[in-house]
Design a protein around this ligand. Structure first.
Ligand code: G
Ligand code: G
Ligand code: MN
Ligand code: NA
Length: 251
């Protein structure tokens, strides 16, 4: 199939792009890092959605190698950002299953020279539902290297709470569905968000809200002392060449 050929080329020639979406710190509402998001183009130059190509890459058994390429590309890009701008990278289960993840992260950091403390790895809770102990072990090894670990899409999985206390995550990212409701559901969603923030803080984790699309959401999350914000209102995923604006107005 076409998509398989695209993916095979992507992994062989590192023929794909990374886009980067800014993460804002609540305190000064300035960008403090970027999340890398993989972008793959078809023959016509149109983007194929990650929701479509990532499952195929996993089926093909190349997601582990592709994940390694993403780590290498991402850390190389982040090297050009002003410190302490951080890099967040999404991991997939295949990278844990291969048993190579820790070495891949080590290699990417060594090759790029990016300090481990500037790298944050995002995992979803579904990843911890299989091979829990084995995966937690790899996360522990990564943490020992100085890399931080975030739980992505928090609140959407089956047993968010079950894993939260089993591993010292540095950060929780509240799934964007909590911010996506209409005005009626908003008040209730706010209660839930506020509770997740309190829970995270009680476990000494930082909390990020995803899917921030309006100014009033920014104000509300500020009031709730949500540590970081991410969403289209603050910045859409963009290519490396367009990130400078996020630190240009710093001086
Ligand atoms: O921005 P967006 O449409 O790219 O992302 C859609 C989904 O694809 C998200 O769940 C995101 O976590 C996932 N995704 C995007 N880039 C990567 C990547 O580099 N690695 C992995 N494992 N998932 C990614
Ligand atoms: O699962 P993960 O959080 O890694 O997914 C990132 C995805 O979320 C990307 O597809 C990105 O484009 C999308 N995204 C980021 N911010 C927003 C937002 O404010 N609104 C919506 N609808 N999607 C967003
Ligand atoms: Mn993510
Ligand atoms: Na997410």
């Amino acid at each position: 199939r076409d998509l398989e050929a695209l993916l095979r080329r992507a992994v062989h020639n590192s023929d794909f792009e990374l886009y980067f979406q800014p993460l804002y710190s609540q305190q000064d509402l300035k960008a403090c890092g970027f999340e890398a998001l993989m972008r793959l183009r078809d023959q016509d130059g149109q983007f194929v959605p990650p929701e479509r190509f990532i499952p195929v890459a996993e089926e093909m058994g190349i997601m582990d190698e592709l994940g390694f390429q993403i780590l290498k590309k991402g850390t190389m890009a982040a090297l050009n950002w002003p410190a302490p701008m951080r890099l967040a990278i999404n991991l997939s289960a295949a990278q844990f299953e291969s048993g190579k993840l820790v070495q891949h992260v080590k290699d990417a950091l060594a090759e790029s020279g990016l300090p481990a403390k500037l790298l944050e790895l995002e995992i979803t809770e579904s990843l911890l539902m299989q091979n829990t102990q084995r995966n937690l072990k790899q996360l522990t090894a990564l943490k020992k290297m100085g890399v931080s670990i975030a739980m992505d899409d928090f609140g959407t999985g089956y047993s968010s709470l079950g894993y939260l206390w089993q591993f010292p995550f540095d950060k929780i990212k509240i799934d964007r569905s909590f911010l996506g409701g209409d005005e009626n559901s908003n008040a209730k969603a706010m209660q839930v968000i506020s509770t997740i923030i309190a829970l995270g803080h009680s476990l000494e984790m930082r909390v990020t809200a995803e899917g921030v699309e309006t100014e009033s959401q920014v104000a509300m999350l500020n009031k709730l002392k949500c540590d970081q914000l991410q969403g289209f209102y603050l910045g859409r995923p963009a290519p490396e060449s367009e990130l400078e604006k996020y630190w240009a107005d710093d001086a």
